[in-house]
Design a binder for this molecule. Structure first.
Ligand SMILES: [Zn+2]
Length: 217
């Protein structure tokens, strides 16, 4: 247990750090932001607890899934179930707005600077808040993009319209079979554009943005 004195010291230390950070930010010519899951959690995109129970109660009951992150690794028995989960997962974490304006506030602090963002987040919050896409490198992919499962080519595809259809038309945690997305080039099933293994597709934008980050080295 933390004593009152220690808690006070920690708070003072925290406030001192914030003041220092503000000064540094004010003086900096360029800012490199590194962001992980904690930033989206602070914006209200929590992956467990009440939010998860409210959004995925049916999946919890049927499949005993413990949180949203774990659901991404569940061994679904059919593509209809796989896409019922993923379309809801994508919809609530990518297309709905974050409950708190954390990303917008961060942008207001750096928008007049030469900034660049390196993030492992895949929920598109930086772009939704107005960060310049050319100043972002989302190393692990984006919930809003699909790629060929194979993959037969280095292309990614925006999924918003199809995701909305899947969310609206799913019944009993299954989407209609005709909504299963397929690669327009080879006809194989699509999959998420997330860096899980060596089949991850990086389109031209990813290469350009990685080059953009080099000036900070
Ligand atoms: Zn393909």
């Amino acid at each position: 247990m933390i004593s009152n004195m220690q808690a006070k010291n920690n708070r003072l230390n925290y406030e001192e750090q914030l003041v220092k950070l503000k000064e540094e930010l004010h003086q900096a010519d360029a800012v490199l932001i590194g962001a992980g899951a904690g930033l989206s959690i602070s914006a209200g995109f929590t992956y467990s607890g009440k939010r998860f129970e409210k959004l995925f109660g049916d999946f919890i009951q049927k499949y005993s899934i413990s949180d949203i992150y774990a659901g991404g690794f569940y061994p679904w028995q059919s593509l209809e179930e796989y896409w019922a989960w993923w379309s809801r997962h994508i919809f609530v974490n990518r297309y709905e707005d974050a409950p708190k304006p954390v990303y917008q506030e961060l942008l207001s602090l750096v928008q007049d600077k030469d900034y660049f963002v390196l993030t492992t987040n895949v929920d598109h919050c930086f772009q939704k808040a107005g960060f310049d896409k050319e100043r972002l490198f989302y190393t692990q992919g984006d919930y809003g993009l699909w790629q060929c499962f194979e993959p037969c080519c280095q292309k990614t595809y925006d999924n918003e319209q199809q995701v909305r259809q899947m969310v609206e038309q799913q019944r009993g945690m299954r989407i209609p079979t005709e909504l299963i997305p397929r690669c327009p080039v080879c006809g194989k099933p699509m999959t998420m554009n997330l860096r899980c293994d060596d089949t991850f597709v990086e389109d031209e934008g990813g290469t350009v943005r990685r080059d953009g980050m080099r000036r900070f080295r």
